[in-house]
Design a protein around this ligand. Structure first.
Ligand code: S3P
Length: 169
């Protein structure tokens, strides 16, 4: 079986839905951000703060290369991983890419009380979300399957993903 790769904006539920998918399919979940934090022994926040976004993106690309060598796994990526074509090419080669979607308002609600997203630590986070989403949409649309996550539980979404993958074959 090919890998299943979750992409999508911050707060679209990639990690949670990845967990659900892994459990349903009995597969391992690899969360790229968690692996980066483990490798660097530092939070994503601190990597941004002390080394900047450019350094983070370089480590992210290396980590995507590394985890893409695994087989039969669910891979959950950070929301900006799609911005580099090299990352998308690597991910698409090893598996089926699923993009999770949500409205800017839902994204704000889901990310609002977390301090863990350096890119959203701004005065007007909803404006920032809108701006980033608009810019990133063409990148997210490179996915094989797009899934709307509004008003569905992680389990329902995971089941929908499994169904859609089955129908692709
Ligand atoms: C980012 C998303 C984050 C994390 C980093 C940058 C982005 O991951 O990789 O803060 O550029 O959208 P999540 O999508 O898991 O929050």
């Amino acid at each position: 079986m090919k890998n299943v790769i979750l992409i999508g904006f911050m707060g679209t539920g990639k990690t949670e839905i990845g967990r659900e998918l892994a459990q349903l399919k009995g597969l391992k979940l690899i969360d790229v951000d968690t692996e980066i934090e483990r490798l660097e022994k530092m939070s994503i926040n601190d990597i941004f703060k002390y080394f900047g976004e450019e350094k983070f993106r370089a480590v992210e690309t290396e980590m995507i290369e590394k985890v893409s060598r695994e087989e039969n796994v669910i891979i959950s990526t950070g929301g900006g991983a799609v911005l580099k074509q090299q990352n998308m090419d690597t991910l698409k080669k090893t598996g089926i890419v699923i993009c999770l979607m949500a409205t800017p308002e839902t994204i704000l609600k889901r990310t609002g009380n977390s301090d863990e997203r350096p890119l959203l630590k701004v005065e007007k986070p909803l404006e920032k979300i809108n701006e980033l989403l608009q810019f990133r949409m063409p990148y997210y649309e490179q996915a094989d399957i797009m899934i709307n996550t509004e008003e569905k539980s992680p389990l329902q979404i995971a089941e929908e993903i499994i169904d859609k993958i089955r129908n692709m074959k």
